[in-house]
Design a protein around this ligand. Sequence first.
Ligand SMILES: *Cc1c(COP(=O)(O)O)cnc(C)c1O
Length: 229
Amino acid sequence: MNIFTPSQIQTNITTVRARIKAAAVTANRDPRDIKLVAVSKFHPASAVQAALQTGQVIFGENRIQEAKEKFSDLFPLNPAIQLHIIGPIQKNKIVDAVKIATIIETIDREALFIPLVKAMEKTGKSPKLFIQINTGEEPQKAGVLPKDADAFIVKCCQKFGDLIQGVMGIPPINKDPIAHFQQLAYFAKKYDLPEISMGMSSDFETAIACGSTIVRVGSAIFGDRPIKA
Ligand SMILES: *Cc1c(COP(=O)(O)O)cnc(C)c1O
C-alpha cells in the first residue's frame, strides 16, 4: 500500500496539473478549459487539507456518507471547496448529496427525479447535474445505457433545465477507452452540454485528447486506496 505524505500529495498535484496542461497543448486546447477533480474517496481529511494548500478546491467523493463526514469539518475552513459526487446515488442519501454537492455527476434514472426535486426544495440548494452514461454497458456499473441515453437526456433537460450541465462516464477497465470517450463527447455535443467528465489516473491524457473538460484523478494524487472502488 502506498499512502502519500502531505508533501508527496502536493508534488503529485503539481505533476498532474503539468500533465493536464501538456495534454491540452498537444490537443490544441486551452488548458484552462480542463478542470481537475481530486478524488479523495477513502482518504482522510488530512489528505484533502494537503491538497487544499496547493490551491486545489475541487474534490470528488463517491460515497455520500463518507463525503459528509469528511467535508463537514473542511467546508468551514475553506468556503471555496467544490464537491463533486461521482458515485451511484441512492434515494435515501439524496438530501445529503444535494446539501454538500456543487455537482452531482451521476444522474442515471428517472426514479431520482422526484426525490431530487424534493431534496432541492427541502435544502434550498440546487447542485448542477451531470448524466452518467454506461458506455461499456457493464451490468455492475451505474449509468444510463447508450441506447436509452437520448430519451433520458431529453427528459432530464425538460425536468431540470440549465441544471443539466454535462455527461460523465467510466470506460471499462483494461479496454481502450477512446471509443467510450468519443461516445460521451458525442452526447455532450448533441445536446449542447458544456461539461464532459471523463478521464482518471490511468487515462486522463487520452480523455483530454477526446474533449474532456473535467478529469477525475484519485490514485495519481493521493496514492492507493485501502479498498478498490
Ligand atoms: C475512484 C474514481 C475515480 C478516480 O480513479 P483513479 O483511477 O484513482 O484516478 C474517478 N472517477 C470515479 C467515478 C471514481 O469512482
